[in-house]
Ligand binder design. Structure first.
Ligand SMILES: Cc1cc2nc3c(=O)[nH]c(=O)nc-3n(C[C@H](O)[C@H](O)[C@H](O)COP(=O)(O)OP(=O)(O)OC[C@H]3O[C@@H](n4cnc5c(N)ncnc54)[C@H](O)[C@@H]3O)c2cc1C
Length: 278
């Protein structure tokens, strides 16, 4: 490791990043696993976890703005953060890890099994990226290009996550892992519905850990809404077949391709039959 920079402002951090190609370090809970105590070879380490600009949680214009260096515990304790987003965060890792792990680190590590991205994608969250010269916003859903590859250009930091506050979703989140704590997802399933007078007006479904990117299909969501309620068994089978084509699970140390596919589709069918109408 060739040194560590601890800038005091976001501007300083972005300036260092533009000049030196530093390695970004937030809570370090993914970073340490990847690099070990020696740290990475090459440029200096840029420590961003204490930058005040990245640690705010505030509501503006119908959205909650979450600083990328907020820890999972801070989000869980904030009354501003929607309960739907708290569900995956509460099941991540363990209390000790959640006290230091940041939401930005979870997204930028770009693991297909990371737990925050499926719910953020279902909620149509946007990400704010900044470099020394420019700022851009992009949908959370488009952030993961491939495993380990976030859509971050050289010199860019993820600075904020913007989550729409309406509608007030009814949400279901299921994480399937080896055990309750400190276990990465084999499969994760998020389903949001917006009901008025008992009728579902809008629905969003996202799967994590079963493809290189989050699986969400607007066509399938439209089909669910236009199929009438309750859905018949034939309709449920047809919708499950549509999602089945989008799931691209893999065999790895945590699970098998067949198990991931089977569990994902069972969760979907359960939701369409019972969960959505509860
Ligand atoms: C025991 C254990 C259990 C875990 N359990 C879970 C789990 O259940 N679910 C889950 O999803 N994850 C889990 N994780 C993974 C990890 O804790 C989370 O992904 C965490 O949110 C990462 O945040 P961090 O601040 O520690 O990131 P870091 O390790 O600091 O950084 C991760 C990566 O993101 C980059 N980065 C960080 N912040 C930014 C930013 N603002 N802009 C640009 N790049 C940035 C870093 O350069 C690095 O490449 C677990 C990890 C451990 C060690």
């Amino acid at each position: 490791m060739t040194g560590c920079c601890r800038p005091e402002t976001l501007e300083d951090a972005l300036s260092i990043l533009s000049r030196q190609g530093a390695q970004v370090l937030a809570g370090g809970t993914d970073w340490m696993v990847k690099h070990g105590q020696q740290g990475p070879h090459g440029g200096p380490v840029l420590y961003i976890a204490e930058l005040a600009e990245l640690r705010q949680i505030a509501v503006h214009g119908g959205e909650i703005h979450i600083g990328a260096a907020c820890t999972l515990t801070e989000l869980l304790e904030s009354p501003l953060v929607p309960d739907c987003l708290k569900q995956p965060l509460a099941q991540m890792a363990s209390p000790a890890i959640r006290n230091i792990a940041t939401i930005g680190g979870n997204l930028c590590n770009a693991s297909p099994a990371a737990d925050a991205l499926p719910m953020l994608s279902a909620m149509d969250a946007m990400l704010s990226l900044r470099s020394h010269k420019a700022e851009e916003r992009l949908p959370a859903e488009d952030f993961l290009l491939a495993p380990g590859k976030p859509r971050l250009a050289q010199g860019q930091l993820l600075v904020e996550i913007h989550v729409p506050l309406s509608p007030k979703w009814d949400c279901v989140y299921r994480k399937v892992g080896l055990r309750r704590a400190n276990s990465l997802s084999k499969v994760s399933f998020c389903a949001l519905s917006d009901k008025k007078a008992g009728y579902v007006q809008d629905v969003r479904i996202a799967f994590g850990a079963v493809a290189p990117r989050v699986v969400r299909s607007r066509e399938a969501e439209k089909r669910i809404l236009s199929s009438g309620h309750p859905l018949t068994d034939d309709q449920i089978q047809a919708i499950a077949a549509e999602y089945g084509k989008l799931l691209k699970p893999i065999d790895d140390a945590r699970s098998s391709r067949a198990y991931r596919r089977e569990v994902s589709l069972r969760l979907l069918k359960w939701y369409l039959r019972e969960g959505m109408n509860a």
